[in-house]
Write a protein that binds this ligand. Sequence first.
Ligand code: EPU
Length: 434
Amino acid sequence: MEKFVINGGHPLKGEILVSGAKNSAVAILPATLLLDVPCIIENVPDISDVEICLKILKGLGAEVKPLNQQGDTYWISCRNVSDFYVPYKEAKKMRASYYFLGALLGRCGNARAAMPGGCSLGARPIDQHLKAFEILGAKQLIEDQQSDIVELHAESLRGGNISMDVVSVGATMNAILAAVKAPGITIIENAAKEPHVVDLANFLNYMGANIKGAGTDVIKIEGVKKLMGNAGEGSTVDYRYSIVPDQIEAGTFMVAAAATKGDVIIKGVIPKHLEAITAKLIDCGVNVEELDNMDAIRVSVENKKIFCPTNIKTEPYPGFPTDMQPQMATLLTIANGESSIMENVWEDRFRYVHELRKMGAEINITQNGAVVRGGDLLTGACVNACDLRAGAAMIIAGLMANGCTEITEIQHIERGYADIAKKLRGIGADIVKI
Ligand code: EPU
């Protein structure tokens, strides 16, 4: 069993580069199924969720060729895809397998996949995805509520008005995937506004789609017949698209730099995407400086600094991201006073608290939140990465703690962070994978 071993107490110093966004990549890779020409996707993060996406694509019949040694650029052609069954085992390994439903439906009017797996954060229904597909003309072939399989068929998809009952990243992106080639106009109201929603729309628009309003709460899509870029049929132009930087990886490095009282330049970021995280770090007394001309952000803390407590309320973008909640809670364990955390997106995102307590953290769970009582520095312990972001929190805890921390179940971390131990070693962390 692999684990991370961290000797804490080293302030992080230097420069660190952020990879492409996981939550964009896992939608843009399935979206290639909709294209009528090959494309090249750059800045693809080297994480296990991407590996699974590529495996599913290849299994469906796509040609996928890595174009460089770093493994962050792929040439993909879906010309010969004829299958629409996503293998059960692969679908179960990650949440984002649901994007194959939207993409396959949009491609050929048929899609079949298991109910998606992924981090256990409480109930993770996909009713809004299914509602959107139905409005666009798809029928569920398996009506049994207990079934673990979703199978969809549409005689012919057509545009429609979709009003989401909850703001859902996945349902918004899936509706875009299914609607982009559906004849007529689709309106998505109460849409999610996350950077990865905009990234997916930008990618599809670059390939010839007509999507307006991504990044606002109303998205309008005019279905197009083909997605073949603007060079026309038979052209030999390479269509290249680069995935946006990962907002949550960047935020995780920002908190790690602050929590170890370091001085780190986090490169390859879009500072605008980090505003909610930056604001909370500034509340705590952290110095955050945007280095616009370098697409970078510098996070620094003086050695003797005592952090101020703050209150956090997780919300859809542009609010404070739920995917940064465990990491920020970890920093707050050494703030001077009590901080409250309200989790408004996932009902069960506090499993990491049990692990942090093993390191001496004082955190009480409340009805839909937690109260963190700041105190002494954490002490190294053996802890578990219960899910992806909980795992990121454990790494931050280990980096700031006195002594040695061992983190198990690191496959959860590797689902979303590319080469995290190596990247952190580059800025002075004592972390190894064994
Ligand atoms: N919801 C429904 N019905 C639906 C869909 C969602 O009730 O059909 C509810 C969920 O239960 C939740 C809320 O709506 O309470 C928001 O869920 P959303 O659909 O936005 O989440 P998701 O698309 O399944 C993505 C990210 C998550 C991230 C959330 C929120 C991917 C693959 N996953 O999940 O990322 O927490 O958006 O920003 O994009 C992570 O990266 O660690 C992670 C969990």
